[in-house]
Ligand binder design. Structure first.
Ligand SMILES: [Zn+2]
Length: 347
């Protein structure tokens, strides 16, 4: 099944660039930057920078970022990891990718947010050219960072709109920094006509999703796991067909849900919520999108045809113009039927 899933054309809408590093790349970046790692052996280092399959703790998950994060405050590093993310996406036939990051987290003295963005856009352009994948960049306004950085992020998204940036997001610690506190900056994003997605209903309750939609103008919700806590809102999201960018493995690892079986994705999907399947932090979680499809089938109980349907949800929810969206949708449908031709009886 994994081989078949790997070949099928897929879409990932929720993927963090800074959570997507290869372990080998961390070692090479450390050598280039004279940065001390606990070990330079790839297998050994993997234990420090990726979670185990049995991880059920947000703090364990976040710890993994600390080891390699300083390496990313660097132009070449950001260009490279963006490029490699697209290369990895190509290997499992992701045909459309939205990759996100918070420019403020990679900036430092002598490297401003725009410099970091330019490096990411260079990596993206090179990756798109070499691997024939369409990739959009989403800029994350980051909770807990100074308000100036929120506005600068939105201004950058406006400046580079149609030049590689396809939208803005609100990321970071949702439990400590409620979405409603970001109303003003997202009003500006709405004024600029930017596509908006918001991490909500992951570490905080359904109220967070309501603020994201009503106050921040979110067109999509990152995760939205806790949507069912508010039945009225649940019906609204369902009727308005607001897509949820769901990432089951990430939610299991960070203990948003106790297990795959307890994840609400299947219940939401069969009830008519517009669900999509994504990776979140593919490097730290040590997964790819094919793995995510596999656990959806093996652990959560979806059928392959459900995944194919959710994949269409993804491309329809993409922050793309209509003609490009239709082109990729057609490509997905053609490739899928070609691959599945004659295999009908296998399922
Ligand atoms: Zn995320």
């Amino acid at each position: 099944m994994r081989e078949l899933i790997k070949r099928l054309p897929k879409v990932d809408l929720h993927c963090h660039i800074d959570g997507a590093l290869r372990t080998r790349t961390i070692i090479e970046l450390a050598q280039l930057q004279n940065y001390k790692l606990p070990t330079y052996d790839e297998e050994e280092l993997k234990k420090y920078v990726t979670v185990s399959k049995s991880c059920r703790s947000l703090s364990e998950f976040l710890e993994k970022f600390e080891i390699f994060y300083p390496l990313l405050k660097d132009r070449e590093a950001m260009k490279r990891v963006t490029y490699e993310l697209i290369e990895d996406a190509k290997k499992e036939n992701i045909v459309y990718l939205e990759a996100r990051f918070a420019p403020v987290l990679q900036s430092k003295e002598g490297l401003n947010m725009e410099d970091v963005l330019k490096a990411v856009l260079e990596g993206k352009k090179l990756g798109e050219e070499n691997f024939g994948i369409k990739c959009g960049i989403i800029l994350c306004v980051y909770r807990g960072q100074p308000p100036e950085s929120w506005y600068e992020t939105v201004e950058l998204a406006k400046k580079y709109k149609d030049k590689g940036v396809c939208g803005v997001d609100l990321a970071g610690d949702e439990s400590r920094y409620p979405a409603k506190d970001f109303k003003e900056v997202f009003e500006l994003a709405q004024k600029y006509n930017l596509n908006i997605t918001v991490h909500a209903g992951e570490a905080a309750g359904a109220e967070s999703i309501r603020w994201a939609i009503d106050l921040l103008g979110a067109k999509r919700i990152g995760h939205g796991v806790r949507l069912k806590e508010d039945r009225f809102l649940y019906e609204r999201v369902k009727n308005a067909k607001i897509p949820l960018e769901m990432c089951p493995t990430s939610n299991v690892h960070t203990e948003v849900v106790p297990s795959y079986k307890k994840h609400p994705i299947k219940e939401y999907y069969y009830d008519g919520i517009r669900v999509t399947v994504n990776t979140d932090d593919r490097g730290v979680s040590d997964i790819d999108l094919s793995y995510e499809w596999e656990v959806c089938i093996d652990e959560i109980g979806f059928k392959l045809e459900d995944l194919l349907d959710m994949n269409i949800n993804s491309i329809e929810a993409a922050f793309l113009d209509e003609s490009e969206k239709n082109r990729i949708k057609e490509l997905i449908q053609n490739q899928t039927s070609e691959i599945l031709k004659g295999r009908k009886n296998d399922f």
